[in-house]
Ligand binder design. Structure first.
Ligand SMILES: C[S@@+](CC[C@H](N)C(=O)[O-])C[C@H]1O[C@@H](n2cnc3c(N)ncnc32)[C@H](O)[C@@H]1O
Length: 245
């Protein structure tokens, strides 16, 4: 089911959204151009949530539901996923990947995450894989407040994102791969190149989790950052403190 809610209206949100609308039918190629690493890293991010079988999981900026297999590997029949995204074509892709076995456990929500449409303290866990770089820094405080509000006390969150390694050579190699090689490979696989090229720009602009981590700490979330592959990706994770700071 897709629950329609408030749609993004700010001009910057709209232009970002059209990028994802365009990318949606080709997004499957990311698994190939990352040589399977993106799925390995998603599994790692989900493992950080320490899910129990009946957990209620919120998957923010779900895209094509790319993290669901990793979540399902932890959930039993009582568990559920609420998956939010503001690109309808992305949600359509996600819905196509739903098998009958899991259909009842997933609720799709069509909304801008910053419109804060999900219920209070409803989730044992909040996940966001490769979505954080699309939140502008000026919205970090609000974004952190939303994550805090969605989680039950003691609930855990995990955010996975591509980040810039401090080692210059590694950073150069990563940005060259993402900005030049990956779009060409994607074009070979899908015939489409443009929106893949933009992803490197977002990664360069995002840098690392430092500023988002500070915003999370300010609202009362515990934080810890794990670096993967020399800093090419990182996981920001932790839990909502049972009592406010
Ligand atoms: C790079 S994709 C990541 C998708 C998926 N989570 C994954 O692991 O590959 C980023 C997703 O975030 C969504 N997105 C970006 N900004 C958003 C916002 N403000 N509200 C809701 N969704 C947003 C896009 O539509 C896109 O599907």
């Amino acid at each position: 089911m897709i629950a329609s809610t408030t749609l993004p209206h700010t001009p910057d949100a709209v232009s970002d959204r059209s990028l994802f609308d365009e990318l949606a039918p080709h997004y499957w190629a990311m698994d190939f151009v990352s040589f399977g690493l993106s799925n390995q890293w998603r599994q790692r991010a989900v493992d950080e949530l320490r899910l129990h079988k009946e957990a209620r999981v919120c998957d923010l900026m779900t895209g094509g539901g790319n993290s669901w297999p990793a979540i399902w590997s932890h959930l039993g029949t009582g568990g559920s996923i609420t998956a939010l995204d503001y690109s309808e074509p992305m949600l359509m892709q996600a819905r196509e990947h739903l098998n009958p076995h899991h259909r009842e456990t997933v609720q799709l929500v069509y909304a801008n995450v910053l419109d804060d449409v999900l219920p209070d303290a409803a989730f044992d866990a909040v996940l966001c894989t490769f979505g954080a770089k699309h939140i502008e820094e000026r919205h970090y405080h609000r974004f952190a407040q939303i994550i805090h509000r969605l989680l039950k006390p003691g609930g855990r969150y995990s955010f996975l994102e591509m980040t810039l390694p401090t080692d210059r050579l590694l950073r150069f190699g990563m940005l060259t791969y993402m900005g030049q090689v990956m779009p060409l490979l994607a074009k070979l696989l899908t015939g489409h190149e443009n929106s893949f090229r933009h992803l490197a720009g977002y990664t360069r602009q995002f840098g690392n989790f430092q500023r988002l981590e500070t915003a999370f700490q300010q609202v009362g979330l515990e934080t810890s950052v794990t670096s993967i592959w020399g800093g090419c990706a990182s996981i920001l994770n932790g839990r909502k403190l049972s009592k406010p700071l």
